[in-house]
Design a protein around this ligand. Structure first.
Ligand code: SAM
Length: 280
């Protein structure tokens, strides 16, 4: 029996772990192995992994736009680096600033590793060296940051079975959508970068028109769409429907909301909308 993943094996900003239960429930109640699941904005691949856990024999396509699977494949290499870093910071106070000489030593071993193997998982290292929620994607960015001793105590687990049997592609979501949109038994998983959130670890810049373009993937398709109340997209589509007679891709969709608390007085609502076009 393969491992069940409640969250992605390595850090990924924006992974949908909060939707584990409602997503799997909706999948199991409405779909089967006869459907094809296309994860247009795969990110960490968690949604694809859950589809695999629900339907062993279904076709699942994970769009790995950020090369997350390369990070997972290099977990052991990242663990080795973390072991060395743990040793370097062993006398530094927990959660406190890492003094400059130790920071220099850390940078040196990271540089050496990059030169030797050509790969360093900067995003995973960020979560052990930088202030909470701060991520970098290359050496120069890391060198500029203040480092803190938030080094993870345990190694990351080997995740060789993560996304096993899932087809991995790396392409723009429009290309992938066009490839599959003609089939009736396709379910699109649509989780674009959020409007008004920090997408610094993703590899592209998004503006309002880009978010609106994505809505075309929801017109007349089976879909799961993810957004939050920080984006006003639902308000906008609702207004356009009422005042401009525009088609609202969300009308009739099922909606699941999750409250996310950031601290005492701030938070937001994560939203999953899903719609099924027809039964096979
Ligand atoms: C909110 S994240 C997806 C999170 C994912 N569902 C998870 O659970 O980990 C959005 C992803 O879309 C990717 N992305 C950005 N532009 C894209 C494009 N043009 N085509 C496909 N993916 C894109 C980002 O790099 C990021 O990985």
């Amino acid at each position: 029996m393969n491992k069940i993943y409640a969250q992605a094996p390595l850090p990924f900003q924006g992974q949908k772990r909060r939707f584990l239960k409602p997503f799997k429930e909706a999948l199991k109640a409405n779909y089967s192995k006869n459907y094809i699941f296309i994860d247009l904005f795969g990110g960490s691949g968690l949604l694809s992994q859950w589809c695999r856990e629900c339907f062993q024999n279904a076709t699942i396509v994970y769009n790995d736009f950020d090369n997350y699977s390369q990070r997972v494949a290099n977990t052991e290499r990242t663990n080795v680096l973390l072991n060395i870093i743990r040793d370097l910071v062993k006398d530094c106070a927990q959660d406190k600033l890492i003094p400059k000489p130790i920071k220099e030593s850390i940078l040196k071993i990271i540089k050496t590793e990059e030169m030797a193997s050509g790969f360093v998982d900067y995003i995973t290292l960020s979560s052990s060296l930088l202030f909470s929620m701060k991520y970098v994607t290359n050496y120069d960015q890391l060198a500029k940051e203040t480092m803190y001793n938030v080094v993870r105590k345990n190694n990351y687990e080997n995740a060789a079975d993560y996304l096993q049997g899932v087809d991995i592609v790396h392409q723009d979501y429009r290309e992938l959508f066009n490839r599959w949109k003609h089939l009736d038994n396709v379910v699109f998983l649509v989780d674009p970068p959020y409007l008004s959130t920090d997408c610094s670890t993703y590899s592209s810049y998004w503006r309002l028109s880009n978010y609106l373009d994505v809505l075309q993937t929801l017109q007349g398709t089976n879909y799961f769409y993810f957004t939050s109340n920080k984006s006003s997209l639902l308000e906008l589509t609702d207004w356009m429907e009422r005042n401009m007679n525009a088609k609202n891709p969300f009308s009739g969709a099922n909606k699941v909301e999750m409250n996310v608390r950031m601290n005492h007085n701030s938070g937001y609502v994560d939203i999953m909308l899903w719609k099924k076009k027809c039964s096979l």
